[in-house]
Design a binder for this molecule. Structure first.
Ligand code: AMP
Ligand code: MG
Length: 538
């Protein structure tokens, strides 16, 4: 099929209206996103929308009309509730969709078998003219391939739909940028099923209490029923993996920069203010203060993420789920398939270093000065008590449990340290749980600063949460002597352990502070005092 590229001239709008009356599909601009329109009262035409988008047939469509009076005239709803009139008065034409009991004219394809129908009067002039000129009610979901980010420009539509639909009507880029707020009136209390730029607060100011459906902000469990079928699908997703980082702005920057330093296949979706602070390639969605600008830019940013060369994963700066931010959060968390990393609320200082250098001594001295220490070794011992971890260890290394069901740790150690590959396998299984336990422990401790004492700070990814990283180093010969004495092992064995670790250059590159512990106890405690004072000063 040859897709016509139309503009918003009277002549082109007439052509588009004729296509729609003949049962064809036209992508039309609206103030929210581009919609893929068909005559809502023609079940065959509507079915073609689902085919063009690859949309699951159980996901109902929104019906658009030019005027409020069209709702009754075309028999779209069974009755018009009083609250619908109030909402129409306040918000139509505009980015609000109202769900009511459906009327006899609505084909099953539109309502996807539900007994309700979603209605909206768009404010975009081209959409309004197309509706008025055609005289039709138009069923129109977003004009993207199902699962992709919604289109906010005609080019986005062409990227997804060229050759699959009769025409695209170009009306420039959409001013709102996220889909309409969807509210159902078929409920005891009116309930938001999808947040948009018309916020809960604005709705409540007009009609009183409004609830927010659980699925707006949370992932549905497998057995949960979606009030709005669209909310159960993965959505808005670029090809790149999206992960949300939720927390303090400075911690977002630290996380992304630390990760980018060792993995150049990552990028960021962030605010304007983040960009000068980030080293990774990023796409900005507007100023932190301007949520409407963010909404307008969001889908374009998600599409643009795939244009960042070499970027496989994008880390998005998670918005607060309030006001217009609720709409942004709702879209982003679906783009991320609900993958969210919570950044710690505490200030975390990483303490790491070469074996035998004296990290434990530094940790003890810092703790004496009143800084709480979270030990990775202790967390590791608790991690292997976890039943999921034990199951994964058995899957990887065979039956490594004792008769009483506890882990045979020396057996695991023997297998895991037999080769680099086995060690990597052990780490992949235990590190995520160790990091989680450490973060939980940090959160429960008093004060705002916590030390993470971890020899594998970098290998485990715990470094990404650290505001500063302190590396304790010492000369090889000194460490060799200390290890042989401490652990009662041969020089050869000690050397083997040392060679399994990162070298000095690595620590010099990735740590923010370096403590050399080659000499006397006095030198070490002076170094720790300087470090402590630096940390306390911030
Ligand atoms: P789209 O047109 O792609 O933006 O999707 C329309 C959204 O409205 C989807 O999330 C649908 O599941 C939702 N929706 C449409 N009609 C109804 C309805 N009758 N009841 C509940 N949700 C609906
Ligand atoms: Mg959609």
């Amino acid at each position: 099929m040859n897709t016509l590229h139309l503009s918003d001239t009277t002549e082109d709008i007439k052509a588009a209206a004729a296509i729609l009356r003949d049962g064809g599909l036209v992508a039309m601009p609206t103030e929210t996103v581009y919609g893929l329109a068909a005559n809502a009262l023609d079940g065959d035409a509507v079915r073609r929308i689902f085919e063009a988008k690859g949309r699951p047939m159980d996901n109902p469509l929104i019906v658009h009309v030019a005027e409020f009076s069209d709702i009754r005239r075309l028999g779209l709803v069974a009755e018009i509730p009083y609250l619908a009139r109030m909402l129409a008065e306040a918000f139509w034409p505009g980015p609000l969709t109202v769900i009511m009991k459906k009327g006899g004219a609505i084909p099953d394809e539109v309502s996807a078998g539900l007994d309700t129908v979603a209605i909206r009067i768009p404010s975009h002039p081209a959409a309004h003219r197309l509706l008025a000129t055609s005289g039709l009610a138009l069923a129109a979901p977003s004009a993207n391939t199902s699962g992709k980010p919604s289109p906010t420009t005609a080019q986005h539509v062409i990227d997804d739909m060229d050759g699959r639909i009769e025409a695209v009507l170009d009306g420039g880029s959409c001013s709102v940028g996220v889909e309409s707020t969807v509210i159902t009136l078929v409920a005891d209390v009116p309930r938001i099923l999808r947040p948009g730029i018309i916020t809960r607060e604005e709705l409540e100011a007009v009609i009183g209490p409004v609830e927010v459906d659980h699925a707006v902000l949370h992932q549905l469990e497998n057995n949960e029923r979606a009030s709005s079928p669209g909310m159960k699908y993965k959505h808005y997703a670029p090809r790149a993996r999206v992960i949300l980082l939720r927390g303090d702005d400075a911690k977002y920057i630290t996380y992304v920069n630390r990760l980018y330093a060792r993995d150049q296949s990552i990028g960021a979706i962030c605010y304007d203010e983040d960009k000068p602070l980030l080293n990774a390639p990023c796409i900005t969605i507007g100023s932190m203060q301007d949520e409407k600008a963010q909404a307008q830019a969001l889908f374009d940013a998600l599409r643009a993420a795939d244009g960042l060369t070499g970027v496989k994963t994008v880390y998005a700066h998670c918005p607060a789920a309030q006001g217009v931010g609720m709409a942004l959060y709702n879209r982003l968390i679906r783009a991320a398939a609900f993958e969210v990393i919570d950044l710690p609320k505490k200030r975390i200082i990483g303490l790491t270093g070469q074996t035998g250098a004296g990290k434990s001594e530094v940790s003890r001295l810092l703790s004496e000065r009143g800084l709480p220490v979270v030990s990775a070794d202790a967390a590791a011992r608790r991690a292997v008590e976890d039943s999921e971890v034990k199951a994964m260890l058995c899957a990887a290394f065979g039956d490594v449990l004792r008769e009483d069901g506890s882990l045979d740790r020396s057996l695991v150690a023997r297998i895991a340290f037999s080769s680099r590959e086995m060690t990597a396998r052990l780490n992949a299984i235990t590190h995520p749980t160790i990091a989680r336990l450490m973060l939980e422990e940090a959160q429960a401790l008093p004060g705002d600063t916590v030390i993470f004492d971890a020899s594998q700070l970098f290998e485990s990814g715990e470094d990404l949460f650290c505001e500063r990283i302190v590396g304790v180093l010492a000369d090889a010969e000194i460490r060799l002597r200390r290890i042989t004495k401490r652990d009662g092992i041969s020089r050869e064995e000690a050397a083997l352990r040392m060679s399994a670790q990162y070298d000095e250059r690595f620590f010099l590159t990735y740590c923010d502070d370096i403590l050399y512990n080659n000499g006397t106890e006095q030198a070490l405690s002076d170094g720790v005092r300087n470090l402590y004072e630096g940390l306390v000063r911030g």
